[in-house]
Design a protein around this ligand. Structure first.
Ligand SMILES: C[S@@+](CC[C@H](N)C(=O)[O-])C[C@H]1O[C@@H](n2cnc3c(N)ncnc32)[C@H](O)[C@@H]1O
Ligand SMILES: [Zn+2]
Length: 176
């Protein structure tokens, strides 16, 4: 889940009522839901966890023994990874959507913040586009393993980064 960088938002981040709650999700397992209106641009939650190298992340045991493709990892701009399986907070339950209402960014202290991409109403599930990078070719098996069930009208059917897919097709000479 790569992030973009931008200026820190000040919008409603200082409000005292918690903006979200964790509960079961129609997308997958647990999810995070808005418990009040969250204005566009507001910082919602930091994605916390220990920071480790990509090599160390590759060696980790499965975060869900029933699903080897389940991940609590968040890829940072410097190539390291946040492992929310250790010292993680509620942000680790935020699911992926192809038409997300949230967007992660890295602030000037290197923290990953999940912010509102648009105004979000109470009861809506929070989601951002994971844009996952997985090494190797996107075989039928890989595509099935990372299939998206976000239910958005324009769901692209995958949690993988669509830009990486395009780049790979160009490299293999399959682009029009
Ligand atoms: C950071 S966890 C999110 C919390 C997750 N719902 C749970 O209960 O563990 C990320 C994992 O949730 C699942 N997931 C999240 N969004 C999904 C989606 N749109 N479609 C299918 N699975 C999803 C995938 O297994 C993914 O690896
Ligand atoms: Zn989708």
């Amino acid at each position: 889940m790569p992030v973009t960088s931008r200026r820190p938002s000040t919008a409603s981040s200082a409000r005292s009522t918690r903006a979200y709650a964790v509960r079961n999700s129609p997308i997958h397992g647990r999810g995070v839901f808005a418990s009040r209106t969250i204005r566009k641009g507001a910082d919602i939650i930091e994605y916390r966890g220990r920071r480790i190298s990509m090599e160390a992340a590759d060696e980790l045991p499965d975060s869900d023994p029933d699903n080897p493709h389940h991940t609590f990892l968040f890829e940072l701009n410097d190539g390291r990874v946040i492992d929310a399986g250790v010292r993680g907070n509620a942000a680790r339950w935020i699911n992926h959507s192809c038409q997300p209402n949230c967007e992660p960014y890295e602030d000037d202290r290197g923290r990953v913040i999940i912010a509102a991409k648009r105004t979000i109403r109470a009861g809506e599930e929070l989601a951002y586009d994971y844009k996952l990078n997985v090494p190797g070719r996107r075989t039928t098996h890989v595509l099935a393993a990372y299939a998206c069930r976000c239910g958005a009208p324009r769901c692209r059917g995958s949690m993988l980064d669509p830009e990486k897919d395009k780049a790979a097709k160009v490299k293999r000479g399959k682009s029009k």
